[in-house]
Design a protein around this ligand. Structure first.
Ligand code: URA
Length: 434
């Protein structure tokens, strides 16, 4: 077999076999096939796509490039959730203890902020002392104790994806549905997920800018995952506005605790409960999403998910007492405000502009390895649909430093879109894909 022949076949739209993909990806991971040939192949995939069988074969090949987590010895069921990423999206922090309180185990391996999207690990690390790089043994022990654990990916999980993703990032081949599908699903399968609920986001703050592309990605994830023997469903959810009223690392942990105490903002609770209801069904605790939602609402009212959240902080090295003392007061001393420039109605606060401003504030990062600030971020006092008078406070902004504040304020002011009259209610959950 020669890499150049495989690239030529893909360039002319041919379906590649498992053996050919194994040769290509295996050779690349072993350092035998150079970056430039894999770049050419990725670009051919970008333009030509892949069949479902080919996507499933690529996912399997990538999965086998590294090791898998074993959860044997811990009683299930195990259900995970994966979001394709957005701004203010802290649903994982609420869902993990909520679903664990129903007796379903949630093994969560999450990522860091990159570009305009936030990262669960950066949020958790804003809790004083909280550790997100658990050993496999710690991960298993904490799941057995609290029902869930939250960790970063270990280096030996899908090494092919680490190499390939870095290459796609610099060769304009990230936005390919089969490549995204294989990248996400290979990691989820290696993490031991048997059942998985995807939150596929669309809109300005999402990877997929329109709903039609979001739906194609959701369909590809569901079909490929199902072909690999996983139980999968996906919700297509709106990410045109940040989710909830806080965007920032410590701010989002605080807002997650508010949600667990029954004080969460309506949009965040709607998306969280829709995902939770499906996780309850996947975990065999409910017949349908309606029953799942009722169970989750009852669990929240019982206070058990809040207890598990605090117990997990302590299990992962965090200081619960300090965290509760800092709640509502730990903010960067560098702050500013965004006030309404006109009277009328806010049409929306553009999620992409907020996410982009967030990288200047220190909430997120432009390059892997950049430091983030725990206390930078934005609190939204008004969002889409609100009536305002000129001068009303719309956002409070905290920055890691003065330069970040100066740079981000114009971008945040621009994120506020006005309308002459109130827009209709936003449909947050567009559809379910099974
Ligand atoms: N997230 C991933 O893990 N992989 C992709 O390809 C895109 C988003």
């Amino acid at each position: 077999m020669r890499a150049v022949d495989i690239i030529m076949d893909k360039r002319s739209g041919k379906e590649l076999s498992r053996e050919e993909l194994e040769f290509l990806i295996g050779g690349y991971t072993a350092g035998e096939i150079p970056d430039y040939q894999i770049s050419a192949w990725a670009m051919a995939v970008f333009f030509r796509g892949m069949s479902s069988a080919e996507t499933a074969a690529l996912t399997g090949v990538m999965l086998r490039s590294g090791s898998s987590i074993s959860l044997s010895g811990i009683s299930g069921p195990f259900v995970d959730k994966h979001s394709t990423g957005g701004v203010g999206d802290k649903t994982s922090l609420i869902l993990a203890p909520l679903i664990a309180s129903l007796g379903i185990r949630v093994p969560m391996m999450s990522g860091r902020a990159l570009g305009h999207t936030g990262g669960t690990l950066d949020k958790l690390e804003a809790i004083p002392g909280y550790r997100t790089s658990l050993t496999a043994e710690e991960f298993r022990r904490i799941i057995a104790k609290d029902g869930f654990a939250m960790t970063g990916q270990t280096r030996d999980i899908v090494p092919a994806d680490r190499l390939l993703y870095a290459l796609r990032d610099v060769t304009a081949t990230v936005e390919s549905i089969p490549l995204i599908t294989a990248s996400i699903l290979s990691k989820k399968a290696a993490e031991g997920a048997e059942a998985l609920v995807f939150d596929v986001k669309f809109g300005s703050g999402a990877f997929m800018k329109d709903a039609a592309d979001g739906e194609k990605l959701a369909r590809s994830l569901v079909d490929t995952g199902t072909a690999m023997g996983m139980r999968i469903c996906a919700l297509l959810t709106d990410m045109n506005e940040p989710l909830g009223n806080m965007a920032g690392n410590f701010l989002e942990v605080e807002e997650s605790l508010d949600c667990l105490e029954g004080k969460g903002p309506a949009d965040l609770m709607e998306v969280t409960l829709a995902l939770a209801a499906r996780m309850a069904v996947m975990g065999g605790k409910a017949e349908d999403a309606e029953e799942g939602r009722r169970l989750c609402e009852e669990a929240l009212a019982s206070g058990k998910p809040r207890e598990l959240f605090l117990s997990n902080i302590s299990s992962q090295g965090g200081d619960v007492k300090r965290f509760l003392e800092l709640r509502s007061s730990w903010r960067s001393p560098v702050s500013g405000e965004i006030r309404a420039e006109q009277s009328g109605c806010i049409a929306r606060i553009d999620a992409w502009k907020v996410g982009h401003a967030g990288t200047m504030l220190g909430v997120g990062r432009n390059r892997t390895g950049d430091a983030v600030s725990p206390t930078a971020g934005v609190r939204f006092h008004k969002k889409g649909g609100a009536q305002v008078k000129a001068g009303d406070l719309i956002m409070t902004v905290w920055a890691g430093d003065e330069a970040g504040l100066r740079e981000s304020l114009p971008q945040l002011a621009e994120a506020v879109e006005y309308a002459p009259s109130a827009p209709g209610p936003r449909q947050l959950i567009l559809k379910e894909i099974v």
